[in-house]
Write a protein that binds this ligand. Structure first.
Ligand code: TRP
Length: 329
């Protein structure tokens, strides 16, 4: 709090074990930022309820997600990791902020609209419509300056900015206007070539916890250049999603792969085998971390307990400022 570092609030819904898309699209970025900024890492377990009322798996999913965060290199002594549901101030701030935005504005939010379409939701709940208000509370509760997100989350962060402005104008300045910090690497494609994005629902993912033989098996199903039918046909790496994985995870060999694919010297089966092997190596630390935490489950719970304690201090401080500004006593 006395630090003059800017504050980052990053969040993810606890959907369970994470996949390569999360690593490339979010975690690598979080890790890279943790020395330069004061980071808060939020597990958005209430947000998960907006699209799935079954809460029975939330806790286990949260623990699984934390293990992946730790394995990716998030250092919980620097950056508190905590569950939204354990910091009661989220609900309090959410209520106050919900008065500062119109229902019509929320109905126009493209991110919730997309979700409703993709999940075939017939009737949107009040809470789901308020998804971005809860997200604004997540960010503003820690007075976040920056929010690392992908493109699809930018509309939510824009709503957070509007709400922060509205609060500050109405009651006096308490909140910074948070800015999205876009992730550099484009999203990873799904293995099926149908989804442009690796996604849990698509069944087209490689999990960070997958063992090497599972990675080999999944990679064999990946779609390649449709014009390269036989092994020795010349290929077109620019349209091949397996090549995207080489670019990301096998940078040293990429030019040789490209050359041999184009000339027809390298067949798809061998090419997939090589990248699957490489990804298996990259993910070795994840499997080790998982084995460690499987043997010491108390360690993960301790990380959360400590993170929740530290997050609560910051959240209480903000709520005092909020109540003070609103003259709520
Ligand atoms: N909406 C985010 C997602 O689906 C998760 C999230 C919740 C979040 N609260 C947040 C992201 C606060 C950044 C900041 O991925």
């Amino acid at each position: 709090m006395t630090s003059d570092k800017k504050t980052i609030l990053s969040g993810m819904r606890p959907t369970g074990k994470l996949h390569l898309g999360h690593l490339v699209g979010a975690l690598e970025n979080w890790v890279a930022l943790q020395d330069t900024y004061a980071n808060y890492h939020l597990i958005a377990d209430y947000h998960a309820l907006t699209t799935n009322l079954d809460s029975s798996g939330l806790y286990q999913n949260s623990l699984d997600m934390v293990i992946d965060w730790l394995a990716a290199g998030i250092d919980p002594s620097k950056s508190p990791i905590f569950r939204q549901s354990q910091i009661k101030e989220h609900t309090e701030l959410h209520l106050i902020l919900s008065m500062l935005i119109t229902a019509a504005r929320l109905e126009r939010n493209p991110a919730v609209k997309d979700q409703v379409r993709e999940l075939h939701i017939q009737n949107v709940s009040y809470g789901h419509l308020g998804y971005p208000v809860l997200q604004a509370a997540d960010i503003l509760l820690y007075r976040g300056d920056l929010v690392p997100v992908g493109e699809d989350q930018v509309p939510h962060v824009e709503i957070s900015r509007e709400i922060a402005r509205r609060f500050n104008a109405q009651y006096g300045k308490v909140f910074p206007e948070p800015e999205p910090k876009l992730t550099k690497f484009a999203r990873l494609p799904g293995l099926d070539g149908i989804d442009r994005k690796m996604s849990k629902s698509g069944g087209n993912t490689i999990l960070l916890s997958d063992p090497p033989d599972e990675i080999q098996r999944k990679m064999r199903t990946a779609i390649t250049d449709p014009q390269k039918v036989r092994k020795n046909d010349p290929g077109h790496p620019e349209v091949c999603l397996v090549y995207t994985f080489h670019q990301k995870f096998n940078a040293d060999d990429t030019s040789a792969i490209e050359r041999d694919c184009r000339s027809g010297a390298l067949g798809c089966v061998e090419c997939k085998k090589r990248i699957a092997g490489k990804i298996g190596e990259v993910l070795a630390p994840f499997r080790e971390a998982r084995a460690h935490y499987d043997a010491h489950p108390g360690d993960v719970k301790e990380v959360l307990a400590d993170g929740e304690k530290r997050a609560r201090v910051r959240a209480r401080e903000t709520m005092e400022a909020v109540r003070g500004a609103m003259k709520l006593g």
